[in-house]
Design a protein. Structure first.
Lengths: 357, 357
């Protein structure tokens, strides 16, 4: 139904660097297959030979060390499910148009990830007192086009507060039971559960413990939003926790719906590390709302599937559908966009316009 | 000699907002007269009636309070000389051209400032433990054009580390013995000695003590540079201390010099809070250097004048002059531009091309 160029069933949002979106109408089950999982790259995909590859653990640690791929695979592993969402997902819904990859609904996916807890690696190195952050650095590199930018090539890097790094972060070598595909960070990527996927650095190269706040390009310029503090002064923050959101997989935008029938509206909803407790659906542009049925799988840091049987109108014409999620700590989605979020964290209620015929 | 539009003898770099440069060839003495002092605005100059105006001291303090203009004038004052330099001074020398006001040599001036130490005001309010920064907020406001930007109008604001705020920072109401002119921040501006002038917030409105790092637009996006830290990763820093620099006032770029004569090359040099101990002049594009004579006035945080009697060549043709400063802690100017400084902190050796006829 989409007119966009596609590659193996994914929508090509950008060729170089490669940015591929899952057509969200193809949402199947709780787990997104590897070949359907959206791909977000900032630079060319690094070609990494496992025989040469090393993961360095350095900075403010007692004993810096390196791990090779075999050593990592031999370490005790954990498997967790986690929904990754690009912080710019749904950007295509913004009016007026903003810069950045024009993601529709499908820069999100849920997979099961297997790897070594970051805390295990950090504990082995021995974090020095005074350390406050852990920088995750990828092997992907390139030049930034627009100022303010560092000179020359930089590598993709993000930092985490030490508490999060010592928490549930995984160094994943396996995605849904298979070695990470190259486009998803082979041989090793971070998985930062509950956070926007920008934090889940791919093609991991180095873990750098630091006693100073890291203000890298993707931490301080790109992937940031404005928070209002004292005296209404906006202050810049790096994106972190996923915001609550429900998305409609079917029907999709522009779909033709049969008059006077039953249509299974369905989709997914997520909210960082909180549980989705309610999804409501409106078929009249927000005037009234009905409860959707929630899927049985309610897994921390993963999306929750939902569905709603819609008795479609007996009259012809356009209809606007909406979905709205509520979570276990009482958060729900706003109707209006918060402009301080710039081109990211888009979680206001999204209208899906269909035609009843 | 300049072709630029001028206003009361200053070069108009921008009309709205008003940005005026002193033709640096007009450098006279140690003190720059108010009417010759460069003007840097980010937004329209606020029209402030002193009867309505208040300075607020708020945030993480024991006893927030306000001061009016009369109260400020009655407080014990201090007078200090300080050189203010725009962090983008000399931007016109950069190749390739970069965005921003195209300052030549004259976005710098030295004045005597009278006012109340910021520390006195902070001590009266009582800074709470845990405070780390002091935000200085101006009354000037407007919208930022390009992302990443906060939504709507913002006011100009910068923060200082608490130690600097409790040090030599002045809340100045008087410039060279006269009330601050409107374009220089009437009724009150900060003077942050030794720092780029962006820190010396004009049209002061509020002093906000905070226990969180302030990442305002002019702190985190604009007026920043990249510093290389662990693993060569660039990390963003707000501009702070002035870098060492010597500038040639005369001759100016493109000037015609008499053959086989004596020409008084002169200028000024400064280096944050360090003393200028040496200025060298080259009249052969850096191949050889001669010592300049330093002016008698060596005042902390102020520029130092210098001069050099040049025996001009006996042959006709182009000549490239340069000046290079050295300070009391051994710093000197580099030949090459550091690209990580973006469009700011331009202190490499600047060539002045003249013609001997």
């Amino acid at each position: 139904m989409t007119a966009e160029p596609s590659l193996n069933g994914l929508i090509v949002r950008e060729q170089e660097p490669l940015n591929l979106e899952m057509p969200f109408s193809t949402l199947g089950g709780f787990t997104t297959p590897n070949e359907s999982f959206y791909v977000r790259c900032h630079f060319p995909i690094p070609e990494i030979a496992v025989s040469d590859w090393r993961l360095k653990i350095e900075g403010k640690v007692e004993a810096p060390f390196e791990l090779n791929y075999e050593e990592l695979l031999r370490m005790e592993s954990r498997t967790v499910a986690a929904t990754l969402e690009c912080a710019g997902n749904n950007r295509d819904f913004l009016e007026p148009k903003v810069k950045g990859v024009q993601w529709g609904l499908g820069a999100v996916g849920n997979a099961s990830w297997t790897g070594v807890p970051l805390s295990v690696v950090l504990e082995r190195a021995g974090v020095k007192s005074g350390a406050i952050e852990v920088i995750l650095e990828g092997a992907d590199e390139g030049e930034i086009a627009n100022p303010p930018r560092p000179a020359g090539k930089i590598r993709f890097a993000r930092s985490l507060p030490l508490a999060k790094a010592m928490g549930d972060v995984l160094l994943a070598h396996t995605m849904n039971g298979e070695p990470l595909p190259p486009s998803h960070g082979f041989p090793l990527r971070a998985i930062v559960p509950g956070w926007y996927a920008v934090a889940s650095v791919k093609w991991m190269r180095s873990i750098i413990v630091t006693n100073r706040p890291f203000a890298g390009y993707y931490q301080s310029i790109d992937y940031t939003y404005w928070e209002r503090t004292a005296d209404d002064l906006p202050t810049l923050k790096p994106l972190a926790e996923q915001q609550i959101k429900a998305e409609i997989a079917q029907p999709e935008k522009g779909e033709t719906i049969s008059v006077g029938a039953t249509y299974r509206v369905h989709g997914a909803a997520w909210s960082g590390d909180a549980e989705i407790t309610k999804v409501e659906v409106s078929t009249d542009a927000g005037a009234s709302w009905s409860l959707a049925n929630l899927g049985a799988d309610s897994v921390k840091n993963s999306w929750r599937l939902w569905e709603y049987d819609w008795r479609t109108p007996t009259t012809l014409g356009p209809q606007t559908l909406m979905a709205r999620a509520t979570d276990s700590v009482g958060r729900t989605q706003p109707f209006e966009r918060d402009a301080d979020r710039g081109t990211y964290m888009i979680n206001h209620i999204l209208p899906i316009l269909v035609e009843v015929r």
